[in-house]
Design a protein around this ligand. Structure first.
Ligand SMILES: [Zn+2]
Length: 249
């Protein structure tokens, strides 16, 4: 049986039988792969602890094209993200990111660049003060990766780079308009110039440098909701971000 040796992030686990668990992995080599971890619910089993949600693991997976569920072989722990797990807010944000992964990235081709990006996000989440910056950034980059990157640098009506007045962000096209330049009847969300500038700046920060935004002043706005609506609009889907339910603000 072919073997796959890969790094992977544990996205979710479900109890399968008295002794086994199903583990949803986002692997570096093959994207999403669901595996059965036999014996994972037994005491002192080597899978225990290692196959917890959020962990990054090194895994050997036995692949069979005939099955939907693959079989987990040996595993070792790469990182359990201590900085994240010891902080409730960081944990919730990390879980929200995994929820987005599960929602929008399905089985199929591996995506090593996106995998490495995801791991960098977890590293930065462990270190940054404003955790939501990581979530918003991840949502913006997910939109880009799925092919509908928002264009927030100029008014789509007149082409001006320094937008003024009230600004409309059109969910359908991912572009922005000054109020006077809007074609009207668009599925828009309203932003101030400062809120738009923040999003536009965030979108351009290199992903390894997000920590530099730790002290940035963030104009108050429900950015999570805006980006959630945007992702849902373009994928005809209902991402709920249940992981954030217990967080205020
Ligand atoms: Zn304009």
């Amino acid at each position: 049986m072919p073997q796959l040796k890969t790094k992977a992030l544990v996205m979710r686990t479900v109890d399968w039988s008295d002794t086994s668990k199903i583990v949803s992995l986002f692997t570096r080599e093959k994207g999403r792969v669901d595996v059965i971890a036999k014996g994972a619910r037994r005491k002192n089993n080597p899978y225990q602890g290692v196959t917890e949600t959020l962990n990054e693991i090194d895994a050997v997976i036995y692949l069979s094209e005939k099955r939907d569920l693959q079989t987990l072989g040996s595993v070792s722990l790469e990182s359990s993200w201590r900085e994240i797990r010891t902080d409730l807010k960081k944990t919730s944000i990390a879980m929200a990111i995994l929820e987005i992964m599960q929602h929008f990235f399905h089985e199929g081709q591996g995506d090593q660049i996106f995998y490495d990006f995801l791991v960098t996000m977890m590293e930065q989440l462990g270190e940054i003060n404003c955790e939501y910056i990581i979530l918003w950034y991840f949502m913006l980059k997910t939109a880009s990766r799925l092919g509908f990157k928002p264009e927030m640098d100029k008014c789509n009506g007149c082409g001006k780079a320094e937008l003024s007045g009230n600004i409309e962000f059109d969910l359908a096209s991912g572009v922005v308009y000054e109020s006077g330049c809007s074609p009207g009847k668009i599925s828009s969300e309203h932003l101030t110039r400062e809120q738009l500038q923040f999003l536009s700046r965030l979108q351009k920060v290199p992903h390894r440098k997000l920590k530099l935004l730790s002290d940035i002043s963030i104009p108050d706005y429900p950015y999570t909701k805006l980006l959630q609506n945007y992702l849902n609009y373009h994928t005809d889907s209902t991402l709920k971000l249940k992981s954030l339910r217990f967080l205020a603000g």
